[in-house]
Design a binder for this molecule. Structure first.
Ligand SMILES: [Zn+2]
Ligand SMILES: [Zn+2]
Length: 131
């Protein structure tokens, strides 16, 4: 890997680590482009995927939404607000490791891991809607 690639990758990682939550590739790009004005979104995306493959960061696949990335690669659940779209870690429920490494009796499917995104209303949207 040449020097330019190393610098790109380091800045991409730094942008994910400095972000307060779960940035999309575009949000990471907007940070990295401040340091490397000629970098492309494709390059940022490629670096994000490489870092995710290496287990340094985590890539979250969300139905009907762009992928998000986060600095915490450990297993945990998420919440997504259906009104404002805010996306966060769920801190009230621990990851259920007993579900992993589970062989389904009927289908023979072997479960390696699982992701759960709980849908609902964030605190701010509840206040706005007077619920
Ligand atoms: Zn909300
Ligand atoms: Zn998270």
């Amino acid at each position: 890997m040449d020097e330019r690639n190393t610098k790109q990758k380091a800045l991409v990682l730094q942008a994910v680590r400095n972000h307060h939550s779960h940035p999309t590739a575009e949000e990471v790009y907007l940070e990295v482009v401040k340091e490397i004005p000629n970098i492309s979104l494709t390059t940022v995306y490629r670096n994000l995927n490489k870092l995710a493959q290496q287990g340094v960061i985590k890539r979250l696949l969300i139905p009907d939404q762009p992928d998000r990335f986060e600095k915490n690669p450990t297993k945990h659940y998420h919440v997504c607000c259906k009104v404002c779209g805010s996306f966060d870690d769920l801190e009230d429920v621990d990851y259920d490791y007993s579900m992993d490494g589970f062989l389904c009796k009927k289908s023979g499917f072997f479960i390696e891991s699982h992701d759960i995104i709980f849908k609902g209303l964030c605190f701010n949207c509840q206040k706005k809607n007077n619920i």
